[in-house]
Design a binder for this molecule. Structure first.
Ligand SMILES: [Zn+2]
Length: 291
């Protein structure tokens, strides 16, 4: 019996497919059109012959209507009845979940969250996503939009977020947040990937920008710790992958600002599955559906 998990992004789909105990993963570039994505999913189905498919997708996926309602990075999929179309085209049951929730489930089942009781996962990329698994169950909310951790407000008069609100955590803790910190320090606009390279070379301004970034990440971690009292918080995405010091900096700051009791029992860890947390989570959700 095989199952397939697919993480749909704006320009790539990532997959994890399982036949027996054999797991294969990969990344396929796609054009930013639904038909291009569908063609690639069909090819994967020919290889894997899955009995069920899990999909992780960026944005707010409405579990009641089966439609993606808001997704800044994959606008071309908004309003499409994704579940119905995929089940019809692929002739297998399909489960769809927000990509950060899928990533949380992936890390819980196969990665840094294994064995955790309350596992919160943050996905730090262009935006900031979140997911939580409590006692083995993914908590995705009544409509499917729980854990939009990137859009909790940390400063009501703060920086503008890509969602349009002011002072969201994501406005600081995201690749564009890091670029802003660097800009305020140097008056220069350079991509976050470049800032990380400079910080790894020991350039002071870049390191300082990442310190500011970590200080704001710690505020997010404090809110999470105070709400959930989790045993694991897992941080995935490019910034901690290429500059792991950000996790130590944020943890040290968290120690200073959080209540002592929940801080005592929380471990802040880097994601184990790298960019594949979402695909693995989607695969695990497909497996659960099959049962
Ligand atoms: Zn926001």
């Amino acid at each position: 019996m095989s199952v397939l998990g697919i993480d749909i992004g704006g320009t790539f789909i990532k997959f994890a497919g399982k036949s027996g105990s054999d797991v294969k993963k990969g990344k396929i570039p796609t054009e930013s059109r639904f038909d291009s994505i569908l063609t690639e999913i069909k090819k994967l189905c020919k290889n894997f012959h899955p009995k069920s498919i899990g999909i992780g997708i960026a944005g707010l996926y409405d579990k009641k209507t089966g439609k993606l309602t808001a997704s800044p990075n994959i606008k071309f999929l908004e309003g499409i009845d994704l579940k119905e179309i995929l089940e019809e085209e692929l002739s297998v049951p399909v489960v769809i979940e927000n990509d950060a929730s899928a990533a949380a489930y992936g890390e819980y089942m196969y990665g840094a969250g294994k064995g955790g009781k309350i596992v919160v996962c943050l996905t730090l990329g262009t935006g900031l996503g979140g997911g939580v698994v409590i006692n083995g169950e993914l908590v995705s909310g009544v409509s499917g939009s729980a854990m939009e951790i990137g859009h909790i407000t940390i400063d009501i008069n703060g920086w503008r977020c890509h969602c349009g609100r002011k002072g969201c955590l994501e406005a600081y803790v995201s690749s564009y947040g890091l670029e802003r910190f660097y800009f305020f320090l140097t008056d220069q606009s350079i991509p976050s990937s470049q800032i990380i390279i400079l910080a790894n070379e020991g350039k002071l301004e870049a390191m300082k920008a990442l310190e500011e970034f970590a200080r704001h990440l710690a505020v997010g971690l404090m809110n999470i710790t105070h709400i959930f009292n989790p045993d694991r918080v897992i941080i995935g995405g490019g910034i901690p992958a290429y500059y792991p010091a950000v996790i130590d900096l944020a943890t040290a700051e968290l120690k200073k600002i959080a209540f002592e009791l929940p801080f005592r029992d929380v471990k802040i860890k880097r994601a184990d599955l790298g960019e594949y947390s979402g695909a693995f989570g989607a695969m695990a959700l497909a497996e659960k559906l099959k049962r």
